[in-house]
Write a protein that binds this ligand. Structure first.
Ligand code: 6R9
Length: 670
């Protein structure tokens, strides 16, 4: 083709893509998909909640359940009661007969030459040995083990070892700071913590143990043991263990336990599998507690139905296991189906901007899962970084935030080559697995829309007074889920009251024992369209979504308040072309403190220390006063208007209506 023809083809395609609202899944995809029968929705609706037995039947149970759903004490629903199973057995042991020599995990390190193909047999050996190590240091069934591990094989190995002995894990994303780790160790009451000496970021070795050292100082509790994995064969030269540390080298203990076998503990379906802390609207992060039976059933089924995973596939979810996406869709769902799951240690631009596609080509990846933030970044880097690599995805997905149609189209065209199916998956840490997303062979793709409800899932839109808005009305409102589902969180760890307050109280009759009176609040705004597709608009509460990571305004504000120079502070989300949202901090300094870059620096540092570098404020804006109501509540919505250069909303309820304009003037004058 000549250059001119290229340009014409491109223009024609762009025009078609812009005019077209729906995209058909490719025929060859439909022909091979795991779910092809459109009656699945009806079948599930008619048989709720028994329909979910189909999901549980994808697992091997030690004992069959008595009842699918016990809803006698809402919102403390119980799933597959009386059933018994082990998650590590389901992810490993049951596959050995058929595929012990197939890779369960393919790990690629910072350096492309450093790779591991961990077969199901290897994974079995490693998990048994690590389970023996956990037992050796005194971990017992139901003890919560806090992990602070990056994208190394030791992370899934540790999680599955915990699951094997029935000790819930609580993995804290490696990017979280020492303070955040300390808070989570305290909240979970962990006696045993698992970390690693270091890992690589953009090719540089990061001393990761340091964060744990500091966390131990900051924590109120006093863990007995810290199990320390090593990134290389031995402890890195720059990392030290002093004699009074609670650190023990995992490798040394593994040596004592070579070839040890640990029987998987038979867990009640309702026994917790793990905790995952997530940001809420108030106070400290909440430990979302996930059960074994319902969670495993739900993530296995959605991995099969939505991600269309087959055991012979090579599947790559390019997320971090430290977040729920990685738990559900790198580790538990894919391994439960016996597929090959890819992990990569470093960033997408290391050592060049084509690294992701190079990996996709090398392992012949079939299914690729990423976030809209990553898609926007790839788009900004340009398609020239993609085109040199020969890969062919059958199926692609996005998760974590709404995807703009332009980004979707770019992804479809340049990554999917217009012949892959794409699903946009809406769900949350709390929901365990996908709730709103199309079944890829059944529904047309619609850029910017998450699609239909999953079978048996009942999303609805309610107005602010708690009244249901008519289905498919196209009117925006609060996204709620009316009926319970197996992947839902059990509670907030150790705090049932907070569980009710955060998720149920607003739209439920909390005095009632009738499950119909209980409705789960997602905290997102959404629209239910005539085509039965849901478009998710974003958080309605004080939670922002920075590059797909959830951050509570309150957490950010309390980090800023730690800085002595600060009298008062409020945080607002600024829209950002790449990260979706970024935090702007509005600060009133104490009397006598000079507004300076030094103060700005201390504020940024405080946020990095308290939460992590990924939460770094985009701007620190000094002001004389914050916009407040007469009762003294900070009106963050107005600050958001200022950050995004929008019209100021109603200011008449302010104690001093001139404040927002003053802030705006000062910003413009700066
Ligand atoms: C899985 C995960 C949950 C919040 C959620 C919503 C946003 C997630 C989305 C989406 C639009 C999608 N979100 N998926 N918004 N479209 N497909 O991301 O969990 O970290 O708990 O975040 O993310 O606001 O409420 P989590």
């Amino acid at each position: 083709m000549s250059d001119d023809a290229d340009v014409d083809a491109e223009a024609e395609l762009e025009a078609r893509l812009t005019e077209q609202e729906y995209f058909r899944p490719p025929t060859q995809f439909v022909g091979q998909a795991n779910v092809t029968d459109p009656s699945i929705h009806e079948r599930f609706d008619e048989n709720y909640p028994k329909c979910f037995e189909e999901y549980a039947e994808l697992l091997e149970w030690d004992e069959h359940w008595d009842e699918v759903l016990d809803d006698s004490n809402p919102p403390f629903y119980e799933w597959f009661t009386g059933g018994k199973l082990n998650a590590s057995y389901n992810c490993i042991d049951r596959h050995l007969e058929e595929r012990k020599n197939q890779a369960a995990l393919i790990w690629e390190g910072t350096d492309a030459e450093e790779r591991e193909h961990i077969t199901y047999q290897d994974l079995y050996n490693r998990v048994n040995e690590m389970a023996a190590v956990l037992k050796e240091v005194g971990v017992e069934e139901d003890d919560v083990v806090t992990c602070h591990l990056p994208m190394l094989p030791s992370l899934p190995v540790t999680m599955l070892s915990c699951a094997r002995i029935g000790a819930p894990h609580s993995e804290v994303f490696a990017g979280f700071s020492a303070q955040a780790l300390a808070d989570r160790i305290d909240s979970a009451g962990s006696d045993v913590v698992v970390t690693v000496d270091g890992y690589y970021r953009r090719g540089e070795f990061l001393n990761h143990k340091e964060k744990c050292d500091e966390a131990l100082e900051l924590a109120e509790s006093d863990p007995d043991t810290v199990l320390l994995w090593t990134r290389h064969d031995e402890l890195d030269d720059d990392v030290e263990i002093t004699s009074d540390d609670p650190y023990v080298l995992v490798d040394e203990l593994l040596e004592n336990n070579e070839r040890r076998r640990v029987e998987p503990v038979s867990r009640d379906a309702e026994d917790p599998l793990f905790l995952m802390y997530t940001s809420g609207t108030t106070g400290q992060p909440k430990g979302c507690q996930h059960r074994t039976g319902g969670y495993m059933s739900y993530v296995t089924a959605t991995s099969k139905n939505v991600l269309d995973i087959k055991p012979e596939d090579t599947y790559w979810c390019a997320a971090d296991i430290g977040w729920i996406t990685g738990h559900s869709y790198i580790v538990y769902g894919p391994l439960s189906l016996g597929t090959t799951s890819v992990m990569y240690e470093d960033t997408p631009d290391h050592p060049h901007k084509g690294r992701i596609w190079e990996i996709a080509e090398r392992y012949d990846v079939d299914i690729f899962h990423t976030s809209p933030t990553a898609v926007r970044m790839f788009m900004k880097w340009g398609e020239e970084h993609v085109q040199d690599y020969d890969f062919d995805f059958r199926h692609m997905t996005t998760v974590g935030e709404p995807i703009q149609p332009e980004a979707w189209l770019w992804y479809y065209k340049y990554i999917g080559d217009e012949d892959a199916v794409i699903v946009d998956t809406w769900w949350q840490t709390e929901t365990g697995g996908h709730l709103i997303t199309n079944l890829p062979a059944l529904d047309d793709m619609k850029p910017g829309s998450a699609g239909k409800a999953q079978p048996g899932i009942s999303p609805a839109i309610y107005d602010d007074d708690g009244e249901p808005i008519e289905p498919a009305s196209g009117q925006a409102g609060n996204l709620v889920i009316e009926d319970p589902w197996p992947g839902m969180l059990q509670t907030v760890y150790g705090n049932d009251e907070r569980f009710i307050e955060e998720y149920w109280q607003d739209f439920s009759d909390t005095d009632s024992d009738d499950p119909d009176d209980w409705v789960y609040k997602a905290g997102d705004g959404a629209v239910h369209g005539q085509d039965d597709y849901f478009r998710v608009l974003g958080r309605l509460d004080d939670v922002m979504n920075v590059a797909g990571h959830r951050l509570g305004t309150m957490e950010l504000e309390s980090a800023v308040a730690e800085v002595e120079d600060v009298a008062e502070a409020a945080v607002a989300a600024r829209e950002d072309a790449e990260k979706g949202e970024v935090p702007d901090v509005y600060v009133v300094v104490r009397d006598g403190v000079e507004e300076s870059d030094a103060v700005r620096g201390r504020i940024v540092e405080a946020v990095e220390d308290e939460i992590g570098k990924f939460a770094r404020p985009a701007n620190v804006i000094f002001c004389d006063d914050l916009p407040k109501t007469r009762s003294g509540k900070i009106m963050r919505r107005l600050l958001e208007n200022i950050s995004n250069d929008e019209e100021l909303g109603n200011t008449t309820t302010l104690r001093d209506p001139s404040v927002p304009e003053e802030i705006r003037d000062r910003m413009r004058g700066d």
